[in-house]
Write a protein that binds this ligand. Structure first.
Ligand SMILES: Cc1cc2nc3c(=O)[nH]c(=O)nc-3n(C[C@H](O)[C@H](O)[C@H](O)COP(=O)(O)OP(=O)(O)OC[C@H]3O[C@@H](n4cnc5c(N)ncnc54)[C@H](O)[C@@H]3O)c2cc1C
Length: 391
């Protein structure tokens, strides 16, 4: 197996390194970070699949170049694309299913971080079985009038807009009568109530819609076709969680922790045979994930689908994150119960952050589709197994 990228890509890697040396001054200042991102877009490194007229760098699709950029930006600790529900879920959906004015109006300010979005899919009785959602939208003159309740809506308290699913045809079959609407959050018909999470934070919310409104043409896809549009979004959501670089980072933090923390024998934990065997086990999963990623990359280079394997990414990365955090908690013992020092940088997994990391990994296993549901998808769509008959 040849894991090098070939001479052309090594030349490209040098180009990226030179760019980073010349343009990236490690900085937390939001204005400097924003200015750097602009330069990186102009150089063709960020938002590669977004056309220039919507603020992207419009590069031909090249998975290896994209990977080289990710590797080099990570090594230089340089910021990549803004990670938000807007950039990661809505923008690709608009590119695929939106009409021209929607792309022109929303994509550039979203990738520049000027407008923020939240995702209004889940409801109290519609999570895994999302097609049971009951929020209603009715067209009255030239506006949709929307009533219902959403739940687990991440960042709704900060969002300017919500992309939501609402039932627009109550007589149509379950999946057919749903539409995908874009709705301004700051209006009298919308009430956002924070929900406190197991991590101690309140990142997500309940959202009550009582005759909230949005313009008739703030709909993505046709009325009643929102289910297909929503599945475009979910496809991106599941792909987003499946990257191996986050698992690597977490594993390295765990190993550092095991080196610097003393176990019951007075020796560093890393020397404990029981712990070592647990570390090797997780590293085994991580390597399997990495090589599965290489395999998927080779398939993508040949223009082939990675089939069932592509569906395993999310479940693998969330399982690995949970196992890593569980080992860290065992190493830390009572110290892991210390309250963490508030929001801030999640990449920093110091002693007080591991419990947060553990609870967070449980959340990731549910967000964007619970692991059991993903197992069903792997079985049915990936492996072609029959559906379990429900009574
Ligand atoms: C951190 C976090 C952020 C989130 N952010 C958002 C957001 O911004 N917007 C949004 O709309 N939603 C969001 N969600 C909600 C998320 O999409 C739902 O929690 C998820 O789809 C599961 O739905 P549920 O919570 O209703 O659980 P349920 O569907 O009630 O499931 C409960 C349990 O039953 C299992 N189960 C259910 N049906 C089956 C089946 N057919 N076969 C096997 N097992 C099954 C599930 O796997 C799960 O373990 C977020 C969730 C989390 C944890």
């Amino acid at each position: 197996m040849d894991l090098t990228y070939g001479p052309d890509y090594e030349v490209f890697r040098e180009e990226v390194r030179t760019f980073l040396r010349q343009h990236w001054r490690a900085s937390d200042d939001p204005a400097e970070v924003a200015a750097f991102r602009k330069e990186a877009v102009a150089a063709g490194y960020l938002y590669r699949s977004v056309p220039r007229r919507y603020g992207g760098s419009e590069q031909p699709s090249d998975v290896l170049k994209a990977r080289v950029i990710r590797e080099e930006f990570a090594a230089a600790h340089a910021p990549m694309e803004v990670k938000s529900l807007g950039t990661q879920l809505l923008v690709p959906t608009l590119l695929e299913a939106g009409v021209e004015w929607q792309k022109e109006r929303f994509i550039e300010p979203t990738i520049n971080g000027q407008i923020k979005w939240c995702q209004g899919y889940s409801e109290p009785n519609a999570g895994s079985d999302l097609a049971s959602l009951r929020t209603r939208a009715t067209l009255v003159d030239d506006r949709w009038v929307i009533s219902g309740q959403k739940v687990w809506t991440s960042f709704a308290h900060e969002a300017d807009y919500m992309f939501l699913l609402a039932r627009t045809d109550p007589d149509a079959p379950k999946r057919k009568g749903i539409s995908y609407l874009l709705v301004p959050m700051r209006q009298p018909g919308i009430e956002v109530r924070p929900l406190r999470q197991i991590t101690g934070e309140s990142e997500f919310n309940e959202v009550f819609l009582t005759d909230a409104t949005t313009d008739a043409d703030w709909i993505v896809g046709k009325p009643g076709e929102g289910w297909g549009v929503a599945n475009t979004t979910l496809k991106h959501e599941r792909a987003w969680v499946g990257d191996v670089s986050g698992s690597d980072q977490l594993m390295n933090s765990l190993i550092r922790l095991a080196r610097r923390t003393r176990g019951p024998s007075g020796r560093p934990w890393i020397e404990d045979p029981g712990l070592r065997s647990r570390l090797v086990e997780v590293q085994g999963f991580l390597e399997a994930h990495r090589y599965s990623g290489y395999y998927q990359l080779s398939r993508a280079l040949k223009g082939e689908s990675s089939g069932a394997l592509g569906l395993t990414n999310k479940i693998l990365s969330t399982n690995i994150a949970e196992r890593i955090a569980a080992i860290a908690i065992d190493i830390l013992g009572d110290a892991s119960l210390l309250p963490h020092t508030g929001a801030g940088n999640r990449a920093d997994v110091g002693a007080e952050r591991w419990m947060y990391q553990y609870f967070g990994s449980l959340g990731s296993a549910i967000a964007g589709g619970a692991s059991n549901i993903q197992r069903n998808i792997i079985a049915q769509r990936g492996l072609g197994l029959p559906r379990v008959q429900e009574n």
